[in-house]
Design a protein. Sequence first.
Length: 244
Amino acid sequence: MTLRRTDVPPRRTGPRRPVGAVLLVAALLTLAGCAGTADTAATAVTTGTTFTATTPEATTSSTITRSPSPSSAPKPSPTPIPTPTTPTPTPTTPTSQPGIPVSVSVPSIGIDEQLIDLGIAADGTAQTPEDYSRAGWFATGGRPGQFGLPTVILGHVDSLDGPAVFFRLRDTAVGDSVAVGLQDGRTATYTVTAVDRYPKDDFPTFAVYGATPTDTLRLVTCGGEFDRAAGSYLDNIVVTAVRA
């Protein structure tokens, strides 16, 4: 005698849809979510489509439904990225064309002298005028109207005969005016910003003769105590002035 169960539903005999189709749709949805584009997934999944996975033991159905995106919803526009702007720097230029100095005048201490040209002595130091009554322009350095090197004018403080051309240079004060006459007839005017005294055995050569960011004038002479054994002063007086 054969017993037959009547509570088991009959098997479907129609074509089976492979499980891979469900996985493919899920994969497309996942990729669409990562890419942030819902339209791609919408083309792969039709609204209300039913995918059925069938196994030998049982038949189950799962439905994936995706509502269409409203066609009236505006798509967000990308926010433009502003282009950074960098201001163009204005080049720094001299206040006038460089000129060859031929005279120097410091009214506050009574100096008004013609200049001679000076170079470098045999021992590597700057030359000084042989005539103690004259002041000289260090022609190897800068000139008025030029940035990069200062204009340096040198003179003696005194001699065996008495005061020399820069005897009163030590009395110069900050704020005093210095006028330098140029070969082409122009006058370069400077304002004193510092009066310094340096020991000769520790003289800051690069600070005095070296590069400067402005049109700078320096007047140099001897000063301090007089060393009778050496026959010279122990210090140097340096007056610094900038273009007015």
